[in-house]
Design a protein around this ligand. Structure first.
Ligand SMILES: Cc1cc2nc3c(=O)[nH]c(=O)nc-3n(C[C@H](O)[C@H](O)[C@H](O)COP(=O)(O)OP(=O)(O)OC[C@H]3O[C@@H](n4cnc5c(N)ncnc54)[C@H](O)[C@@H]3O)c2cc1C
Length: 305
């Protein structure tokens, strides 16, 4: 890793944003995950290119993360370079009904900006605690909306050769919690959203109503990665898990939330191993009870301890 760090520093990457041995538990909302060999906190698209060149030169693999709100990182951590696109890369530019947003901007902040600007379309997504970059990868959504309804263009950089790429129209490839960008091995740098004019007070009222519904139904006081499993065709993972009698089921400090069966929560000292074992148990019991095979919605990264 010395070669990687040296080449980052030589390329003038700000040293305070290079973190060797970064504990991934600090960078994920589940609060689990072992160390990354090196994590860099990115502040500009230019720094992404520098980081990719340095990783290529050092011959190490690259992993991209946003706010870590849909991630389960295994206890052995992540080998190579983790590129984190979050808070420092969060500029929003407005041109009429169109917002051009850097990938690290948080969805709640973008929704707030849109509301204050009298632009409608993001209120249902305002409680999703991820970045816009992570959101377009996942086609994040809630309350019958998802990003596919408002995203018109995604700018990215290819991980393979550092070349800029643009996804538009049908090439965005959005479907339920999936996008073309997820398959393409890219770093998302900027997202263009087309919104519709609306009354700021009405948007604020709707936003507050939906946030209150989340607070009431979801275990927001405990670490989690949101819904653990995808919605199976024609049903809801939470309903199936609840119907199988699994609310409160535990492996170590990993627990199927008592409040919302769709969430696995970390009661304090859960390991990724505990969470994965609980996920396997939930899958097996739901399959036995209902014949439905659940698929993880959380993205699982890294290696075992
Ligand atoms: C309490 C809670 C509630 C949630 N509610 C919802 C909900 O209602 N709806 C919903 O859809 N999700 C929900 N989630 C899950 C999560 O917030 C979303 O999936 C979110 O879009 C992930 O964004 P992120 O920045 O945290 O991405 P990460 O979790 O960091 O990454 C997710 C994926 O995107 C990739 N990625 C991230 N940023 C980039 C980038 N710039 N370029 C390329 N790849 C990138 C990562 O490699 C990974 O594969 C919830 C999570 C929590 C903790």
């Amino acid at each position: 890793m010395d070669t990687l760090i040296k080449s980052l520093v030589q390329a003038n990457f700000a040293p305070e944003r290079i973190i060797p041995g970064a504990l991934m538990a600090r960078y994920t909302t589940f609060r689990v995950g072992g160390p990354a060999d090196v994590l860099v906190n990115i502040a500009s698209a230019q720094e992404i290119s520098i980081a990719l060149r340095a990783a290529k030169y050092a011959g190490v693999p690259v992993t991209v993360i946003g706010n870590g709100s849909n991630l389960l990182v295994r206890d052995g951590g992540i080998r190579g370079l983790v590129i984190r696109i979050a808070q420092p890369m969060n500029e929003i530019r407005q041109d009429g009904n169109v917002l051009r947003v850097q990938a690290g901007a948080a969805l709640p902040s973008v929704a707030g900006f849109a509301q204050r600007s009298g632009l409608d379309g993001l209120a249902p997504l305002s409680g999703i605690p991820g970045t816009l970059g992570g959101g377009v990868i996942m086609n994040a959504g809630a309350y019958d909306s998802d990003l596919s309804q408002v995203v018109t263009r995604v700018d990215a950089i290819a991980l393979s050769d550092g070349k800029p790429l643009t996804f538009e129209g049908k090439h965005l490839g959005f479907s339920y919690r999936h996008s073309a960008m997820m398959d393409a091995r890219v770093v998302v740098t900027e997202v263009t959203l087309r919104l519709t004019p609306g009354d700021p007070d009405a948007i604020a009222a709707r936003t507050e109503e939906l946030l209150a519904a989340r607070r009431e139904k979801q275990p927001l006081d405990l670490p989690s990665a949101g819904s653990t499993f995808k919605r199976p065709e024609g049903d809801f993972a939470a309903r199936l898990i609840d119907a199988a009698g699994l609310k409160g089921l535990r492996v170590g400090d990993a627990q199927v939330s008592e409040k919302h069966a769709g969430f696995i929560v970390n009661l304090g000292h859960a390991s990724a191993r505990d969470i994965l074992a609980l996920m396997d148990e939930v899958k097996a019991r739901v399959l036995a009870a209902s014949g439905v095979t659940l698929e993880p919605e959380v993205r699982i990264l890294g290696e075992d301890a």
